[in-house]
Each structure stands twice: as structure tokens, then as C-alpha cells.
Design a protein around this ligand. Structure first.
Ligand code: MIG
Length: 742
């Protein structure tokens, strides 16, 4: 077999302009550059004579206001906006992106640029010596992706490590930053994709490539990482506010085997006074793993169970898998087969694969008709009171086929652009979660949907939060969950979190204590573990560990107003809820290397204990702020490592000087109980401010402006309260001021 050679796009033969779009007819293909805003440019390239239909699941915004653009042709062609210059070399075509002042941000590698190798499309890009890479969605590798190779191919790999390339979620979005220079690239291709970020001998270039399809990428020129993330999320959309209860502690296990067991777990939480809002039904609640059914023996009266749980302040979330048991006596299967909703083999006949129910058929979620058919089945669950839906196995995981997924030649609709699984794989789970979200909105228009998904593609934040799938009860996996969620947070998905305590293997008391301490500060806070593993509820390891868990779960509930502020910020402009240090302190070069600490919002610095037996750790306090130890209230200068002492019940936690943290008394569940008193925990600094965002916590009325926003300032020993917006009546009856002077 002759290995295909890389064929660069070649020299420009002619170019034509239509408004803000310029087409370049080249020797070996067609290139289109479109200006979307002053700093967002889209580049497409095809080997064919014309582009395919312009369909993208990721892109939410397709209409852009007109921007003033000039196109000049001299030795090179320059497309310029107020902020950005795209300089296109003619022979051969090479693209370079620069700021208006001429500073080069990034560009094609001179030798090869972009082009094709057989069906593969590829971009060789220049790599600066001090360039760092972040983003890339859910990745289990270290925080900075420089020097790594990563694969975007949704994969169920419960054995993943720091070296794993492909995992559940594919978000081919790259953030580049180095002092003074920042840009982002969203490579919108749903085929198997690889980013090779400097893992080459000379490290002068990096490579983005996909197995097939067109080159289609967006370049975000920016003045900061914040701007890159903001612009990326303008393109791919932002998350909705979740129901407020979704911010509470959640308890899961594969599986609570009966209604009696679920009730027992619920009663334990209340008896032990450990706050909790959500309990999960994993796959065993179903009748022979048939989705949208209940096991009549073990869950005979789901409506009663859910109503009893509701009286105790619990919500129930149930799992739904994509595999539909291939059983002609089962309504979902029969109806779907009759209506042609399942994937077929290329030669005809249903495609079948084995998952939990045995032989299954699989809905084609890339078909809008199938999404509309799938949605109403959720009524079976919602009618008995299920509060949210957990979408699992949607990579899709299929056991008895090579690669543990569907054969790549299975035909898919792809929203009217018929294709094969090779192109549809990475958006299968995305579209399942989308069908679920849309169904929940339709069936319960007044309530915010709560959808969890394991697999996803860029833009998933519009439909679902992401949990990081099967990890293990190991300290290394606990540590890895920090960079994993930080990069997911930087990739448009602020609502994320791991299985606290670890999924596979047996947790230990100390690991659970430490993981629960840290988990309390992740956006999504759920304890979950696998079948046959040791019990992992907060009380499973005796009183000492239970006390630690209770203390931190309570602290989570005390911080709810602060968390809710952050969810609001995330819904407005995709600002991460958990943030890498460099988000807040971009001028501190050390902050880029810290991946065993994170910030919750702008004010809290969390430094988990990630080692068995450790009773202290070094904590890096970023330069550019002063810091208070949350426990001792001792004040420290930023820009140094300090040693934090950490007995088993202490999580090293620091507060940035100048913060006002709104807090409440701990409660057993979030519910709709009025809040009453808000404590303003004040950490004086040069300028000391905070705020409080409030809405009804369950409907979309906030979209119509029904929210309240109160700003606080602490000046000269006095609290100033500025009610910026009062359309929603604030639940705060009074403020209690707590000033922490060092
Ligand atoms: O093949 O539903 O990631 O959270 O407990 C395993 C059983 C299927 C994988 C999920 C996990 C869940 C489990 N599921």
C-alpha cells in the first residue's frame, strides 16, 4: 500500500470577495475566510470544488452583525478589522493572524500549512517557544497541554490515566496563551480528531488533524484567555441556569437496588443531619434494563417512593442509556422499529449491539425526527415525579464490536446530511442529551431541566452538564480530576464534576474524607461508586470520616449564595465556576503551572490534600492579591508558597483579600425554603466588594429579567448595600456582617 503524501492547499489562483467572506481558489482546493466579528474569523478548506452544507452541532450563533472589514491585495492579501489582521500569503496560500498593531498571534507553518493526506485534513501551525495550551475539554492529562498529543473520539475508558488520549467528551477547542499573546482555535470537525501540541522533534510547529471532512476552524484573537473563552461561548452557546437544587450534594450508587434501599439512604442523611438534595437510580431500577420502565418487583410504586422522598426534601434522578432492548414485546422497541427510529446496517436490517439489556437497537439521535420521538418517552418518568435525567453510555459504548462502539460504516442522518458513524460518533451523545433537554423543556416548560451526560461534543453546555465518567477510588484519580474539570470549565462547560470518592475500586475512609472536602468546591458534587465496591456513603467509614464529610457538605450549603452567583456568571458569559489560578492572576507566571489547587470564583482558593497520610501541604498564593487563611484568618502576601496545616478535618482554604462572601446557615436541603438571613463574610482588602444574585431557582423567568442583584461594598468599616435590580424580591431579610481582620 502506498502511503498518501501530504498535499498542501497550494498557490492561490484567484480570489473573490462577497461582503465579509473571501474565497480563495487554490491549486489543490478551495479556501474560505469569513470575518464574524472584529476578532473572530472562520476558515474553511475543502479538496472538492465546493463546500458541503454548512451544518454544525456545536455552533449556536450563525447570524453576526456586520463588521467593518477591509481587503487589500499586494504581495500578500490582508483582511483587516479594527482588531485583527489576517495576512494571506499567495504562493502558496499560508494564513497568518496578527493583531491590529502587527503582533503575530499564530499562523500556518511556512513549509506545509494546511492540506490533506488521503481523506485526512490537517493544519500545521507555528508554535512559539513559550506557548502554553489549555482547554481541549475533558482531558485526563495535566493542566497545560503543551507537549501532549490528544485524541477527540468519545471513549469509555474507566482505566484512564494521565497518559490517556481519548476520553468520554470531545471538545476540539484550544486556548493558547503566553505573555502578551492569546488566541483560541475551535476546530469544528466531528470525525476522529487529533491535536499534537508540540510532541514533535523540533517543537516549532503543532498539528491539528481530522480523519476526514473539511477543514473548518474558528480563530479567536484576544487580549486575554477570558476573552477567548467569552468569544468561544458566544459561538457555541452558554449554559442555562440549572435548578437551584442541582447545586446541592447528590448521592448515587450503582445501584440502590430497591425503593426500600433508596428510602433507607434518604433517611440516613436526615437522621445524621448530612445535607443532601438528590438521590439517583442507576440502571437496576429498570425492568430488565429496558429504558423508561421500572422493575415491578423492586420499585413497585415509584410515584409513592418519589413523593415520600419529596416530603423529606429529596429529588430523584434516573439513568437512561441509549441502547433499547431488542425485544418485540417491549413498547419502546416495538414503536421505534415500526417508525424506523433505530440505526440500520449499511446493507439494511437493524444494527444491533450488546449493552446492559443484552441485544439492543440504537436510536439515531442525529435525526431530528428521532429526537422528537425519543423525547416524549421521558414522560413515563416525569409523570411519576422524576426530577432530572442522567444520560450514560452515550459515546456510544457498545460491547461486542471492535473499539467498543458502533462500526464506523453505520449510516446516520446527521440532520439531513446523511453520513456514517465515523462522522456522527462524537455527536451521538450530544444529540441524545439534546433530545433529553428539549423533552424536559417541553414536558415541564416552567422548570429548568437537569440533564447529566457522559459523552459530549463542543456546545453541550446548551443542553446538559457533564460529569467525568468512570474514575477510580485512587489518590491519583482524585488529583487528576482537578485539571480535568478546570480544562472542561475553560471549554465552555462550567457545570462539571467527577464521581467523588471514585467509581471503580474500593474507597478508603481517608480518601473519601479528603475527596468530599475538595468535592464540596466543585460545581457538581456527587458521591458515586460502582457495583460490587465497598459502600461509599458519607457514613460508610465510621464516625470520624462521617464528621469530616458532614462538615464540608454543610460548608457547601453555607456557600450556596456564593455558588449561585457563580452559576449566574457562568450562564451570562461562560466564566468558569472553578478556575485555574491564571484566570484571575494572568500576570503571575507561576500561576500557570499550578494544577493541584483551584479557585472557586474570584475569591476562594482551594488546595486539597491529595496524598494519603499528608497532614500539611504547600499552597501557592498567587501574586497580585493578599490572602487570608479561611480557618485561622491569618493574612498572607501573595506570590509565595505557604505551608498549610491540615489535620484530617481541615481542607486548606484561602480567601482573597477584598472579598465579601455571601453565606447562609447550613440547611438539610435547598428546596424553596426562604433564606432569611444572609451572612456577609468580609475579608478586607484595598477595595472590598461582593454581590448577591437571586432568582426563583427553578423557572426561566430570570431570562425575562425576574432576578435581583445586590452589590455590597465595605468601606471605612461600613457596609454599603446597592440594590441594582429588585424585580425578583430578594429572599434576604437581613444581613449579618462578619468582618475578618487579621
Ligand atoms: O457499564 O449504569 O459511568 O456511572 O454507574 C457501566 C452503570 C455503566 C457507567 C457509568 C456509571 C454507572 C454505570 N455505567
Amino acid at each position: 500500500m502506498v502511503r498518501p503524501q501530504f498535499q498542501s492547499v497550494g498557490a492561490i489562483q484567484k480570489f473573490t470577495r462577497h461582503g465579509n467572506t473571501v474565497d480563495f481558489h487554490c491549486q489543490h482546493g478551495l479556501v474560505r475566510i469569513a470575518v464574524l466579528t472584529d476578532n473572530i474569523v472562520r476558515v474553511r478548506a475543502t479538496q472538492r470544488t465546493d463546500f458541503g452544507a454548512d451544518v454544525s452541532y456545536a455552533v449556536a450563533k450563525t447570524k453576526w452583525a456586520k463588521v467593518k472589514t477591509t481587503v487589500r491585495s499586494g504581495k500578500a492579501i490582508t483582511i483587516a478589522t479594527k482588531k485583527l489582521r489576517v495576512i494571506i500569503n499567495k504562493t502558496p496560500l499560508r494564513i497568518e493572524f496578527a493583531r491590529a498593531d502587527g503582533t503575530i498571534l499564530n499562523g500556518d507553518e511556512r513549509a506545509r500549512g494546511m492540506g490533506w493526506e488521503g481523506t485526512k485534513c490537517r493544519s500545521y501551525r507555528r508554535l512559539a517557544a513559550d506557548e502554553m495550551f489549555f482547554g481541549c475539554g475533558e482531558k485526563t492529562s495535566p493542566l497545560n497541554k503543551r507537549g501532549s498529543k490528544t485524541t477527540f473520539w468519545n471513549t469509555d475508558d474507566p482505566g484512564h490515566t494521565y497518559a490517556t488520549e481519548a476520553i468520554y467528551v470531545s471538545i476540539p477547542f484550544l486556548i493558547s496563551t503566553r505573555p502578551g499573546t492569546h488566541y483560541g482555535i475551535f476546530w469544528d470537525n466531528t470525525h476522529r480528531t487529533q491535536f499534537n501540541l508540540g510532541q514533535v522533534a523540533d517543537e516549532k510547529h503543532y498539528i491539528l488533524e481530522s480523519d476526514s471532512g473539511e477543514i473548518d476552524y474558528y480563530f479567536f484573537a484576544a487580549d486575554s484567555v477570558r476573552e477567548v473563552v467569552r468569544d468561544y461561548s458566544e459561538l457555541t452557546g452558554r449554559m442555562w441556569m440549572p435548578p437551584r437544587w442541582a447545586l446541592g450534594f447528590q448521592q448515587c450508587r450503582w445501584s440502590y437496588m430497591s425503593a426500600a434501599e433508596i428510602m433507607d439512604v434518604a433517611r440516613n442523611f436526615r437522621k445524621r443531619k448530612i445535607p443532601c438534595d438528590v438521590i439517583y437510580c442507576d440502571i437496576d431500577y429498570m425492568d430488565g434494563y429496558r429504558v423508561f420502565t421500572w422493575n415491578p418487583r423492586t420499585f413497585p410504586k415509584p410515584r409513592k417512593m418519589i413523593s415520600d422522598l419529596g416530603k423529606m426534601g429529596f429529588k430523584l434522578v434516573t439513568i437512561i442509556d441509549p441502547g433499547v432492548k431488542n425485544d418485540s414485546k417491549y413498547a419502546v422497541c416495538r414503536d421505534g422499529r415500526q417508525k424506523g427510529m433505530f440505526l440500520k446496517k449499511p446493507e439494511g436490517g437493524w444494527f444491533t449491539g450488546n449493552v446492559w439489556p443484552g441485544e439492543c437497537v440504537f436510536p439515531d439521535f442525529t435525526n431530528p425526527k428521532v429526537r422528537q420521538w425519543w423525547g416524549p418517552w421521558h414522560k413515563e418518568l416525569l409523570d411519576v415525579g422524576v426530577a432530572g435525567i442522567w444520560n450514560d453510555m452515550n459515546e456510544p459504548a457498545v460491547w461486542n464490536h471492535p473499539g467498543d462502539t458502533m462500526p464506523l460504516d453505520i449510516p446516520h442522518d446527521y440532520d439531513g446530511q446523511p453520513t456514517t458513524h465515523a462522522r456522527a460518533h462524537n455527536v451521538y451523545g450530544f444529540n441524545m442529551a439534546r433530545a433529553c433537554h428539549e423533552a424536559l423543556r417541553e414536558l415541564r416548560p416552567k422548570q429548568r431541566p437537569f440533564v447529566i451526560t457522559r459523552a459530549a461534543y463542543a456546545g453541550i453546555q446548551r443542553y446538559s452538564m457533564v460529569w467525568t465518567g468512570d474514575n477510580q477510588s485512587l489518590w491519583e484519580q482524585f488529583a487528576l480530576s482537578i485539571p480535568e474539570c478546570l480544562n472542561l470549565s475553560l471549554s465552555g462547560v462550567p457545570f462539571c464534576g467527577p464521581d467523588v470518592g471514585g467509581f471503580g475500586g474500593n474507597c478508603t475512609g481517608e480518601l473519601l474524607a479528603r475527596w468530599t472536602q475538595a468535592g464540596a468546591f466543585f460545581p457538581f458534587f456527587r458521591n458515586h461508586t460502582a457495583l460490587h465496591t465497598r459502600r461509599q456513603e458519607p457514613w460508610a467509614f465510621g464516625k470520624k470520616v462521617e464528621d469530616v464529610c458532614r462538615r464540608y457538605i454543610r460548608l457547601r450549603y453555607q456557600l450556596l449564595p456564593y455558588f449561585y452567583n457563580l452559576f449566574h456568571e457562568a450562564s451570562v458569559n461562560a466564566t468558569p465556576i472553578m478556575r485555574p489560578l491564571f484566570w484571575e492572576f494572568p500576570d503571575d507566571p507561576n500561576s500557570y503551572a499550578v494544577d493541584d489547587q483551584f479557585l472557586l470564583g474570584a475569591s476562594l482558593l482551594v488546595a486539597p490534600i491529595l496524598k494519603l497520610g499528608a497532614r500539611q501541604r504547600g499552597v501557592y498564593l498567587p501574586a497580585g492579591g493578599d490572602w487570608y487563611d479561611y480557618w485561622t484568618k491569618q493574612k498572607y502576601d501573595g506570590g509565595q508558597y505557604v505551608t498549610a496545616l491540615a489535620t484530617l478535618d481541615t481542607l486548606p482554604l484561602f480567601v482573597r483579600a477584598g472579598s465579601i462572601i455571601p453565606m447562609i446557615k447550613p440547611m438539610e436541603f435547598i428546596g424553596r425554603k426562604s433564606i432569611g438571613e444572609i451572612t456577609l463574610d468580609i475579608y478586607p482588602g484595598k477595595k472590598t466588594t461582593g454581590y448577591l444574585y437571586e432568582d426563583d431557582g427553578e423557572s426561566f423567568n430570570y431570562e425575562r429579567g425576574l432576578y435581583s442583584l445586590t452589590h455590597f461594598a465595605w468601606t471605612n468599616g461600613k457596609l454599603q448595600v446597592n440594590k441594582r435590580r429588585t424585580v425578583y424580591k430578594s429572599a434576604a431579610r437581613r444581613y449579618r456582617v462578619q468582618v475578618n481582620n487579621d
